[in-house]
Every structure is written in structure tokens, then in C-alpha cells.
Design a protein around this ligand. Sequence first.
Ligand SMILES: [Zn+2]
Length: 71
Amino acid sequence: MAQLTPPTPPEPSSAKPLTVRCPSCGVMHAYRTDNPYRPFCSKGCKAIDLGAWASEAYRVEAKPNPEDAPD
Ligand SMILES: [Zn+2]
């Protein structure tokens, strides 16, 4: 009658993975020091963020200057 269900042993959480939110897509992912795209979750997200940043910078830098025409 007594159904012995052994308690699940707690997992050793000494090395708890640190999860961070991807600044680009907002997904929670494990922060790994061997992830070349950190703090982004993937290469694509890093490219997106860099692309946005680059276009923003380009917009600021690219001022139309008629006096600077090479002609
Ligand atoms: Zn992402």
C-alpha cells in the first residue's frame, strides 16, 4: 500500500548558468564566455544590433555637403 517514491535528489547547482537577456531580440539565454556574440544570443542578433548602430552612425556622419564635391 505504501508506494515509496524516492525523493528526487537536488541537482548540484554549484555551477548555475548565468542567463542574460539578448539586447537585440530580448530572449533569455545562457551567458557563456565562449560565446563570441555575447551578450547577444546569436550571430544574427549581433549583426542586427551592429547594423542598427552602424546605420545610425552613418546617418549622423553622412551629411550632404555640396561644397565638398570632388568635381
Ligand atoms: Zn537574440
